[in-house]
Ligand binder design. Structure first.
Ligand code: NAD
Length: 367
């Protein structure tokens, strides 16, 4: 197989460039033996964009992304830019326009906690003896965050604010398909759709659409439904009862953060945001990034955990380049390194720890 992977690399700020550098080394080591060439262009984003070009998403960076088949993103923001007006702050001014420019409608977040790291979870370890292995899929471009009208006005002498939650059948169907495909790629994959169909009109349509879509297109995938308040409780009680959990934008915002907390260290959590368009490989265009932020408290010391960035790169191989086998190889190498006791400080629990570069080198060794 001879293949070239063309992607944009946006390292961002603080630990972003540190973990990106080693993630690219792991990516190279995993793909080179298969005759695959990496053709990536690095560009400024976030605080680096503001400092070097005057805005968080410089036009030149957007152009780099547009001519690529995927974006490998670090993380952006930090104390240096916190006094800027909210609209100009790195995270908001870089990620929101990127989501918009590429119609990134599906956020896929694995909730993965290795057996060896169960102590990192705030849950009682007897509830998760084998760790956690679930996926949360959140609709990202619809619902109450974007519905109109969205306004504050005076009514009968007092201020009143309103947001509007809107979903179309086509929006529900396309996220249902991402949930189905994710389930099909997992052993014994099953899907739980989360809504509030006992109260919300949008949820009634959501549930009806999901039932009909699965009946017609994926009748063999086990499908269940749960109200969001119960899902929040069940996640904390017994997360592994879920496999693929999928839901609308605001519910997913909250549940995916709850899932991140129960899975322990942010340094291990990857994510993908998939777009509507197909790239040059006939796969979804996507943006791949760690779930955590720029960790200014540990930046510059060479101790950040690179696993989240490395696992995000593996997701890029799987979703945007159709290289699921190589992605699995990277994931297994990360798991093996952790099993072998090689840990950065955030997952060492007071035991001996290694730095960012050593962690990545240990993963390369195990590929
Ligand atoms: P954070 O995720 O950066 O850090 C929270 C804690 O987790 C810190 O103690 C940090 O050291 C630790 N941590 C995170 N990633 C780690 C890693 N790879 N290895 C080891 N430890 C790690 O959250 P925060 O401190 O609230 O935010 C810092 C900045 O990051 C803020 O400016 C915020 O806006 C930004 N942020 C950006 C993104 C993004 O780019 N998508 C996401 C979240 C936060």
């Amino acid at each position: 197989m001879s293949k070239t992977l063309k992607f944009a690399v946006l390292p961002g700020d603080y630990i972003g460039p540190e973990v990106m550098e080693v993630a690219l080394e792991v990516l190279k080591a995993a793909t080179e033996p298969h005759g695959i060439t990496l053709e990536y262009t690095t560009a400024d984003v976030g605080g680096a964009g503001i400092d070097n070009h005057g805005k968080a998403l410089p036009d030149s960076t957007l152009e780099v992304c547009k001519s690529a088949d995927a974006i490998l993103f670090g993380s952006v923001g930090g104390p240096k830019w916190e006094s800027l007006p909210p609209k100009e702050q790195p995270e908001r001014a870089a990620l929101l326009p990127l989501r918009k420019a590429f119609s990134l409608y599906a956020n896929v977040r694995p909730g993965l906690l290795f057996k060896e790291l169960v102590d990192a979870s705030p849950l009682k370890t007897e509830r998760i003896p084998e760790g956690i292995d679930i996926v949360c899929i959140r609709e990202l471009t619809g619902g109450i965050y974007f519905g109109q009208p969205k306004e504050t006005k005076e009514v009968d002498g007092e201020l009143q604010a309103c947001d509007t939650m809107v979903y179309k059948v086509s929006e529900i169907e396309r996220i249902a398909e991402v949930a189905a495909q994710t389930a099909l790629a997992r052993p014994n994959g099953k899907v739980c759709s989360v809504d509030k169909a006992n109260v919300l009109e949008t949820s009634v349509l959501w549930r009806k659409t999901v039932i009909e879509y699965f009946k017609k297109n994926h009748p063999d995938i086990p499908l269940s439904h749960m109200y969001v308040d119960n899902a929040a409780m069940q996640l904390a009680r017994d997360p592994n009862q879920f496999d693929v959990l999928f839901t609308e934008n605001m519910f997913g915002d909250i549940l995916s953060d709850e899932m991140a907390v129960i899975c322990g260290s942010l340094g291990m959590m990857s994510s993908a945001s998939l777009g509507t368009g197909k790239n040059g490989h006939g796969q979804p265009f996507g943006l791949y990034e760690p779930a955590g932020g720029t960790a200014p408290d540990i930046a510059g010391q060479g101790i950040a955990n690179p696993c989240a960035q490395i696992l995000s790169a593996a997701m890029m191989l799987r979703y945007s380049f159709g290289l699921g086998d190589i992605a699995t190889g990277i994931e297994q190498a990360v798991r093996k390194a952790v099993e072998d006791g090689i840990r950065t400080g955030d997952i060492a629990f007071g035991k001996e720890s290694v730095g960012t570069k050593e962690m990545a080198a240990a993963i390369v060794e195990r590929l």
